[in-house]
Design a protein around this ligand. Structure first.
Ligand SMILES: Cc1cc2nc3c(=O)[nH]c(=O)nc-3n(C[C@H](O)[C@H](O)[C@H](O)COP(=O)(O)OP(=O)(O)OC[C@H]3O[C@@H](n4cnc5c(N)ncnc54)[C@H](O)[C@@H]3O)c2cc1C
Length: 527
């Protein structure tokens, strides 16, 4: 019964939420709407959300009619006066609370990377009435030093095996092409994404050729422009490639390339701030929720949970600030498994929905940058070798970047972001030099490591609500393709939150329930 209900998904024309038989999802001690969470209006029947149109503002806005600048001026004036009266001039009697998050927010987004910001953007863009939804983004590291977004290699491609992934990338490329319409901010200069149009070239061995043919069929059905090439055609077009061991190649003819991830991140940030989204530098450390124990018609026991408060530990402090909220979005990238655990997800008997974890974990990936004046020229695509090694040009100065995902047995310790230089020597360079003999003479100049938000179940995104923690929504687990999917995923998550179902791209195969049901949405084209 429970499995049957979960299979419905959230596609257009389908009921919003699989667990539609349960009323309430409310608290044990509090009636919904009468306590706990001011402004929350999440209906567990449809997962449709109605937000309050007005509510108490964040602390730093509760200051009468003064503008932010006036207020700061007044505070420092008063501070100075008090300081001059009191002994001990260095002591500050007034506590500045402007770094704290607000006490209430309709939506709290955990993680201010490109995915979290995209969700914030689409929530504001799709809200029915301007200012109706109060959105708070909590980001613990304002330098983004470990965020996958800024450590990625910035690629976008249409060559995936799943229709949903192709559709996501097709929309994202349209978004990137029109970025200055989507993300324009009055009086701010236009964004320069530094988009470098260039096809991806996937190479397949005899073993992988049939899969490649099938993938290309799907890609074309979805509207992507991709061609198949024989080894002879390949040799003719890219004479610097050694085609030995290559049975077939697929080459993207448009809508593929790479761009500057930092620029997209900053553009989204600038835009959502202009739309009224609030930011807080702090770490989400705890959720306060209530439970409702229920039984399905077939006698299965389930516990529905609702988060009422998010605890945010503010930067450089042991204090935390509780934020009351209606919805939490888990967009914490490689750390989203931890955020799910904090909400109690996966803490139940094995084999049950309650005991099903979010299978997303950080996986360390190295990127090496090398110089090679004899290397392929400007027409070089991003090449993905059957061995897993990949490379592309970087800029105009005979530089290239690339790497290779390690095998399961070789997965490095994700405890830090140190680079293993031997990995390049032993596992990457031999494949590169075999495929492109000119790379025999390359010289590595630089390297870095970043985390994939790796979904160990099927290497695909997790999008939409949790079936039991009724007001936690996921936007995570993209396993190496989250940057390019962010614009479309943000829209999908906002649609489900606002309308109760996916409206433009049906991402039901990416719902959390697939982990419990054992239904993989396996993506075969992973780099
Ligand atoms: C080497 C490498 C190459 C890649 N190449 C590509 C590519 O070519 N194309 C592509 O599409 N994708 C690529 N990716 C994947 C892509 O970068 C990610 O899928 C995407 O950036 C995920 O975005 P995000 O916003 O979910 O995560 P992030 O950018 O990691 O943002 C998550 C944020 O959550 C914050 N956070 C975590 N926990 C908490 C907490 N408790 N409280 C507050 N904040 C918290 C973190 O500080 C972080 O800033 C690559 C990734 C790597 C590592």
């Amino acid at each position: 019964m429970l499995r049957g209900a979960l299979r419905f998904g959230l596609g257009p024309g389908l009921l919003g939420r699989g667990l539609g038989t349960h009323r309430g999802g409310s608290t044990l001690g509090e009636a919904e709407g009468s306590g706990g969470c001011r402004g929350s209006g999440v209906s567990p029947v449809s997962s449709h959300v109605t937000f309050r149109t007005r509510g108490p503002g964040p602390r730093w806005e509760d200051s009468g009619s003064l503008g932010a600048g006036d207020w700061d001026g007044k505070v420092s004036e008063i501070k100075k006066k008090i300081q001059s009266i009191l002994p001990g001039g260095a002591w500050s009697p007034l506590c500045d609370t402007s770094h704290l998050p607000p006490e209430h927010s309709d939506v709290v987004i955990v993680g201010g990377g490109v995915v979290g910001l995209s969700v914030a953007f689409w929530l504001k863009r799709l809200e029915k009435q301007q200012g109706a939804i109060r959105v708070l983004v909590v980001e613990r590291d304002h330098t983004y030093s470990q965020a996958s977004t800024v450590l990625s290699v910035g690629g976008i491609r249409q060559q995936f095996s799943l229709p949903e992934n192709i559709q996501l990338s097709l929309f994202s490329v349209e978004f990137l092409r029109n970025i200055n319409e989507y993300l324009a901010v009055v009086d701010d200069p236009p964004l320069d994404l530094q988009f470098n149009p260039s096809g991806y070239l996937f190479l397949a061995s005899e073993e992988g050729a049939t899969i490649m043919e099938n993938n290309v069929k799907v890609q074309r059905q979805e509207g992507a422009k991709v061609c198949l090439m024989s080894p002879e055609q390949l040799q003719k077009k890219f004479p610097w490639i050694n085609t030995e061991g290559v049975a077939l190649a697929s080459y993207g003819l448009e809508n593929e390339g790479w761009f500057d991830p930092w620029c997209l991140l900053q553009g989204l940030r600038r835009k959502v701030q202009s739309m009224g989204v609030l930011f807080c530098h702090g770490e989400v450390t705890r959720f306060v929720s209530s439970s409702n124990h229920m039984e399905t018609a077939s006698g299965e026991k389930v516990t529905l949970k609702r988060i009422h408060e998010v605890h945010v530990k503010v930067d450089h402090s042991q204090e935390y600030q509780p934020v009351e909220c209606a919805i939490v979005v888990n967009a914490a990238g490689a750390w989203s498994g931890r955020i799910a655990e904090l909400a109690g997800i996966g803490k139940g008997p094995p084999g049950t929905l309650q005991g099903t974890k979010l299978p997303v974990e950080p996986r360390k990936r190295y990127v090496y940058l090398w110089h090679c004046p004899q290397g392929p020229g400007l027409e070089a695509p991003l090449v993905a070798d059957p061995s897993g090694a990949y490379f592309r040009r970087e800029g105009l100065g005979d530089n290239y970047l690339g790497g290779c995902s390690p095998s399961e047995e070789e997965e490095p310790d994700p405890g830090n972001l140190e680079v293993d230089h031997d990995f390049f020597q032993e596992k990457v360079w031999p494949h590169l030099a075999w495929r492109v003999p000119a790379f025999e003479t390359l010289k590595v100049r630089r390297a870095w490591a970043g985390y994939y938000d790796y979904n160990t179940f099927d290497q695909n995104g997790v999008v939409g609500p949790h079936p039991l923690v009724v007001n936690m929504y996921f936007a995570t687990g993209f396993s190496g393709h989250g940057l390019q999917q962010a614009p479309a995923v943000g829209r999908a998550v906002a649609e489900v939150m606002l309308e109760g179902r996916f409206q433009t791209i049906n991402l039901s195969p990416f719902l959390f329930s697939r982990f419990y049901l054992g239904e993989k949405a396996q993506e075969r084209c992973i780099i």
